[in-house]
Write a protein that binds this ligand. Structure first.
Ligand code: PEP
Ligand code: MN
Length: 337
């Protein structure tokens, strides 16, 4: 249930209204908007007589039931897009930031070299896995803490904010200097991790699970937001279907629908969706065309020797070309790269 407050109500009145609900064992989240402030009530609201509250509370303009199972992330609760700023990057309806970097951090030289090249090409954030969720226990598992240090060096040298995946709660103290904490597809429904990461006060990149529905992705975002996390970027990275010629199937309708249902930015990862390098540039352009808010593209200085996901990684010249292409197309969609 949400209450839309009248214009011009004071902070003191809002606080009093919120405290009243909390005394009744409910949580009340205040959502300030440009038009009006809304208060979203979470918990068992079955006993709350909505009409009576509107009648008796002088600060309430009107009330509405939120019928979706996700509440705080819903467009019903917040109509305006959430704008997220990370370092110099911005997720907004007029921007299209590109995150790029290797699947996994392999050495300091590698990640610094890639960071410099992608920055020169126009990428806004640097990605790189230090802790890697691999299907086989015998595959390269990532450099761990050392990998995080190398990412931080690359951040110092280029000024690019860094995005990297967290695999479990015990790693939280290591992520203090990380700008965007990534929750990977395989952990999208690790609810304890979602709750703990939601309390970190960081921007979170939440990837859709391999076999998860759009609604389940929104519910996972709701876990983060109900713990106080406001800055969440959703990522469509392909889902598993009967198709075997691509690694996954990129669900572009999910991007459109997510943006209709929810106020958070939605980006596309064409690399993990396709699994094939040559598909990445056309799918990136498709993402821009359907209204995605940005991209995450894997790049490598020598993809043939990559320790992880080489087949889907663009080499640095291909990335330059993709970025040139996006820079000419983005303005046609009202966006800057
Ligand atoms: C990644 O971004 O490197 C990754 C492992 O992605 P996903 O969780 O989408 O498979
Ligand atoms: Mn990868």
């Amino acid at each position: 249930m949400i209450f839309i407050l009248k214009r011009g109500v004071s902070q003191e009145q809002v606080d009093k209204f919120v405290a009243g609900w909390e005394q009744q064992g409910l949580s009340a989240f205040v959502r300030p908007g440009t038009e009006h402030t809304a208060v979203c009530l979470i918990g068992n609201t079955a006993h709350v007589d909505m009409e009576r509250v509107v009648e008796l509370e002088p600060i309430v303009d009107y009330a509405r039931r939120v019928t979706e199972p996700y509440k705080l992330v819903s467009r019903t609760v917040q109509q305006e897009n959430t704008i997220i700023r990370v370092g110099g990057a911005e997720y907004s309806p007029s921007t299209f930031p590109v995150i790029s970097g290797p699947c996994s951090v392999e050495s300091e030289e590698q990640v610094v070299l890639i960071a410099k090249r992608i920055k020169a090409a126009g990428a806004r954030l640097l990605r790189g896995g230090a802790f890697k969720p691999r299907t086989s226990p015998y595959s390269f598992q990532g450099l761990g803490e050392e990998g995080l240090r190398f990412l931080l060096t690359a951040k110092q040298e280029t000024g690019l904010p860094i995005v990297t995946e967290i695999m479990n709660q015990t790693q939280i103290p290591l992520f203090e200097d990380v700008d965007v904490v990534q929750i990977g597809a395989r952990n999208m429904q690790n609810f304890d991790l979602l709750k703990a990461v939601g309390r970190m006060g960081k921007t979170v990149l939440l990837k859709r699970g391999l076999a998860n529905t759009i609604e389940e992705l929104l519910m996972s975002a709701e876990y983060l937001m109900s713990e106080g996390c406001e800055n969440i970027i959703l990522c469509e990275r392909g889902i598993r279907t009967f198709e075997t010629m691509t690694r996954n199937t990129l669900d572009l309708s999910a991007v459109v629908l997510l943006k209709q249902k929810c106020h958070l930015p939605v980006i596309v990862d064409p690399s993990h969706a396709a699994g094939i390098r040559s598909l990445v540039p056309p799918l990136s352009k498709a993402a821009l065309a359907v209204g995605a808010d940005g991209l995450m593209v894997e790049t490598h200085n020598d993809p043939a020797k990559a320790l992880c996901d080489g087949a889907q990684s663009l080499d640095l010249d291909m990335f330059d070309k993709l970025m040139d292409d996006l820079k000419t197309r983005a303005p046609l969609e009202g966006r800057t790269i």
